[in-house]
Structures are given as structure tokens and as C-alpha cells.
Design a protein around this ligand. Structure first.
Ligand code: CP
Length: 322
């Protein structure tokens, strides 16, 4: 439900299971370890990556997926409570993945569920599986440069108030050592003070600025989208659109030649927004699609661990012939 449920050992455990999932995710091997198991994949808010990668991860472990998408297609639209919905749907499933536009809604649902519930994003609150895949990506990308999460310099740019992925990522970083974090946003869209306090209490150096200047000297730059769907007034969102562009020219001016570029996606590709320009698509440091690919590995690892089959995956595997 939250990254607060993890400690550093648990993170390492999930990452090492994720490593074992590579041959299955790349369809070199096939496992049936979750044969007969059912995932309830409940998405009450738009999603491409999270919904499809949860489903793909479960299928790759041999399980079946039942999808519910959109509030209007469920009895929630008739006033049914999350508790009642959970009581009913959890008897049809062995595990549930869920996204909901309201902060705290997934935890509320979990109270009525008889099976484990995995948070696929709840309002502006948290996106814990995204944070795990982000951190896993950071670990892998930095390893290529002989660096580690401990001691890295991470620059997070954009809408840090409503961006739930960076809330969860920041909390996970509190379990690591001596991270240098630069937060780039207008003060009105700054990281919640409670999270900045957590980062500082963990001994991290946190710098808050409203725009890029000079060399940022970052190992990773993590761009975010203006979360227009969380603003009460769309005109307000509009005034921030385009304030945090990253293109080849800005990248060369402010970042090191090997700074890794991340974004949870979707990126807003409209010309007036363009927080991550297509002119960086061929840059080898652009990790956004490797990041999305890692989502399948992390979600496979979470399902295997949650259902207690992580040690059985290879016992039920075969080679893929085609
Ligand atoms: N990163 C992310 O949550 O993407 P989707 O909204 O497409 O699931």
C-alpha cells in the first residue's frame, strides 16, 4: 500500500527476485508457477504502463488477469462503498492491483479485501510500485558508471506537489545513505514539507530551487509531468506547463555527459509542455523505456513474493521454443 511498509532488506529482496525474472520477462523461459491464480486488476483512473505491466507480469508467472477499468463501469458509480466492492471482488481473486484517483482509497479498499492488495497509485499520495521500479532502474543505471544509490546526486524536476511517484521515491531514498537531492519546482508545486523533513532526517542533503542554473552535477535527472488532473483549476495547471522543459540543448548546458535521464511516463508531448523532448530519444542516457521495462520485472517480483512462490518460479519453468 505504501513504501512505508518496506525496509532496505525488503527492497534488496524484491530487487534480487526481479533479477531472476529476466528470462521470463524476455520470453526465453516460461513458468507456470501461478497457474490457476487470478489477479483482479482494478483501474479506476487512466493508465497504460502500470495496468498493462501488472497484467503482463501476472500472465508471465502463469496466472490469469481479470480487468476492471473506469469508475463508470463498476458499481462504485451507483454509490457502492470501496469496502463492499473489496469484500466481493476479493473472493474472485488471489491478489488485487488497484489504482484510484483518491488519496487513501486503496488502503480503504484493502480493509475490506480478503486477499493482498497492491497499490497502483492513489491520488496524489503514493505510487509505490513505480518507486520500486524507479529505484531498481537507478541502481542498474548507476552500476554501469561504477556508482551506487548511496552517495548519488539526484535532481527531481517539475510538479513535486502532486507527483505521487516522487513522493514514494523520496520516502524509499530515506533508507539509503548520503543522497544529495536537488528539488527543482516553483514554490507552489514544491515537495510536501513532511517529505523534505523525512529526507533531511535521513541525513540527506536537500536543496530546493525554482529553476536550473549552471551545472547541476547530477548523476540522475528525474523529470515529471505537471499533474493537471490533480489541480482544482485547469488554468492554474496551464501556467506551469512548459516551465520544466528538457531537450538536448538544456541537457548539455546543465547536466554531465553521462547524467541518466528518467521520467515515470507518460510524458506530455504537446509542444506547450514538452518536459522531455523527442530530440533526446536517441541519447543513450535516456533510461525512460528501460525504466518502463523494469516495471514488469518488479511487478513479477512483487507478485511472486506476495503469494510466496518466489523460490518455486524456476521449478515450474520450461524453455520457450519459438
Ligand atoms: N508511470 C505510470 O504510472 O504510468 P501509467 O499512468 O501509464 O500507468
Amino acid at each position: 500500500l505504501s513504501v512505508d511498509q518496506f525496509n532496505r532488506d525488503a527492497i534488496e529482496h524484491i530487487f534480487r527476485i526481479a533479477d531472476l525474472m529476466e528470462p521470463y520477462a524476455h520470453r526465453r523461459k516460461r513458468t507456470r508457477v501461478l497457474d490457476g491464480a487470478i489477479l483482479g486488476n482494478l483501474f479506476f483512473e487512466p493508465s497504460t504502463r502500470t495496468r498493462v505491466s501488472f497484467g503482463t507480469a501476472f500472465n508471465l508467472l502463469g496466472g490469469e488477469v481479470r480487468e476492471t477499468t473506469g469508475m463508470e463501469s463498476s458499481a462504485l458509480a451507483k454509490g457502492e462503498s470501496l469496502y463492499d466492492t473489496a469484500r466481493v471482488l476479493s473472493s474472485y481473486s488471489d491478489v488485487i492491483a488497484m489504482r484510484h484517483p483518491k488519496s487513501g482509497a486503496v488502503a480503504e479498499f484493502a480493509e475490506g479485501s480478503r486477499v493482498p492488495v497492491i497499490n497502483g497509485g492513489d491520488g496524489a499520495n503514493e505510487h509505490p510500485t513505480q518507486a520500486l521500479l524507479d529505484l531498481y532502474t537507478i541502481e542498474k543505471e548507476l552500476a554501469h558508471h561504477g556508482s551506487t544509490i548511496d552517495g548519488m546526486h539526484l535532481c527531481i524536476v517539475g510538479d513535486l506537489k502532486y507527483g505521487r511517484t516522487v513522493h514514494s521515491l523520496s520516502k524509499l531514498l530515506c533508507m539509503f545513505k548520503q543522497v544529495n537531492i536537488t528539488l527543482v519546482s516553483p514554490p507552489e508545486l514544491g515537495m510536501p514539507t513532511s517529505i523534505v523533513d523525512l529526507l533531511e532526517s535521513a541525513g540527506h542533503k536537500v536543496t530546493q530551487v525554482s529553476e536550473l542554473s549552471g551545472s547541476m552535477d547530477a548523476d540522475i535527472v528525474y523529470q515529471t509531468r505537471i499533474q493537471q488532473e490533480r489541480f482544482t483549476n485547469l488554468d492554474e495547471a496551464e501556467q506551469y506547463r512548459g516551465r520544466f522543459r528538457l531537450n538536448s540543448e538544456i541537457y548539455t548546458k546543465h547536466y554531465k555527459p553521462n547524467t541518466v535521464i528518467m521520467h515515470p511516463l507518460p510524458r506530455d508531448s504537446r509542444a506547450e509542455a514538452n518536459e522531455l523532448d523527442n530530440d533526446l530519444n536517441q541519447n543513450p542516457n535516456l533510461a525512460i523505456f528501460r525504466q518502463a521495462d523494469n516495471g514488469v520485472l518488479i511487478r513479477m517480483a512483487l507478485f511472486a513474493a506476495t503469494l510466496g512462490v518466489e523460490h518455486l518460479v524456476s521449478r515450474y519453468d520450461t524453455d520457450v521454443i519459438w
